[in-house]
Design a protein around this ligand. Structure first.
Ligand code: PEP
Ligand code: MN
Length: 339
């Protein structure tokens, strides 16, 4: 159970609330989001649920909801926050584009130019790669981060890169603007806690077989540590059908938007696994109300070191921009995401 405190709670009300909860044997953890304070009750359950009878309490959120800070009941308005030179959430639509893995300066320069031309605010690219096989390309590491940074800077783009392990966090958070948590790490709780304790915004990808509740609880780990800038990314889930790499769960995007105030982006590239499906799925995601898209591109997909089959050519990304300009008015969002 969660007690959301009134913004005007007085010292006296606070003391008397504490005393009443203590008399019920309830243990409180204090949570904060957007300047709002809430007390999460563990242990003894108060016999009184009516907030009118609890001094200084604005709302009581009943136990059924296992996540609080991520929940719309706690924060009814859609969250909007600055990423630096772009804005996430609310009525803004963000485009992130770039290669699966950072490979070279030349590759990143071409991708950055294409991303910028297509109206993207974010240049994505992995330098620490979570690969299924230990024999596959694992990323350029710190050298890749430097290449990525300079490509992003030369086109005025934000840099987003995956943090694969808690031990990489200092080096990635020092240089990147947005930190990505990959699907395979959605429930890496020590990593999530560490991301909550630093200030850079986080893009959290849905686990390959995670329920929405598990997804939102993973976001809750970051929020509960004090980092309020969390974006979710739906990227498809495991299913029985090998025709697609994963199954893009667009119903989930609609449900997530009901359940949470956090921005929900969609990555059709990893869901599709095949280039020809990426643009139609991207259009569908925008029409379903997503707050943004993440698209993989590569100047030479046939020779890409990872995920070539799903990479769009730089020129193909440009057509997405025109499509989005037509689709987004239906959802009330505006394309661009610039601050
Ligand atoms: C990625 O976006 O680079 C990636 C590895 O995706 P996912 O974690 O969704 O598989
Ligand atoms: Mn990839």
């Amino acid at each position: 159970m969660l007690l959301v405190l009134k913004e005007t709670i007085s010292g006296g009300e606070r003391d008397s609330l504490k005393a009443r909860l203590a008399s019920w044997g309830a243990v409180c953890a204090v949570l904060k989001l957007g300047g709002r304070e809430a007390w999460s009750l563990q242990g003894g359950m108060p016999p009184v649920l009516d907030c009118d009878l609890l001094p200084g309490v604005e709302r009581v959120i009943p136990p059924g909801e296992s996540f609080f800070l991520a929940s719309r009941s706690f924060h009814p308005a859609s969250t909007q926050f600055s990423l630096g030179t772009a804005v996430a959430g609310g009525n803004r639509f963000l485009l992130a584009a770039g290669p699966c893995a950072v490979e070279s300066q030349e590759q990143m320069a071409i991708c950055a130019q294409a991303a910028k031309a297509a109206g993207a605010a974010i240049l994505r690219g992995g330098s620490f790669k979570p690969r299924t096989s230990p024999y596959s390309f694992q990323g350029l590491g710190a050298k890749g981060l430097e290449i990525h940074r300079s490509a992003a800077d030369s086109h005025g783009l934000l840099m987003m890169s995956e943090v694969l392990d808690r031990q990489d966090l200092p080096v990635v958070s020092e240089i990147a603007d947005i930190l990505q948590v990959g699907s395979r790490n959605m429930q890496n709780f020590p990593l999530l806690k560490a991301l909550g304790q630093q200030k850079k915004p986080v893009l959290l990808k849905r686990g390959l077989a995670a329920t929405r509740e598990e997804f939102l609880l993973a976001a809750e780990y970051i929020l509960a540590e004090g980092n309020e800038r969390v974006m979710l990314c739906e990227r498809g889930v495991r299913s029985f059908d090998p025709a697609l790499r994963h199954t893009l769960d667009l119903g989930s995007v609609v449900l997530l938007k009901e359940m949470t105030h956090l921005p929900v982006l969609v990555d059709p590239s990893h869901a599709a696994g095949r280039r020809e499906l990426v643009l139609p799925m991207a259009r569908a995601a925008a029409a379903a109300g997503a707050d943004g898209l993440m698209i993989e591109i590569h100047p030479d997909p046939a020779n890409a070191l990872s995920d070539g089959p799903q990479a769009l050519l730089p020129g193909e990304l440009a057509t997405l921009r025109a499509d989005l300009e037509r689709i987004l008015p239906v959802t009330g969002k505006s394309f661009g995401g610039q601050a």
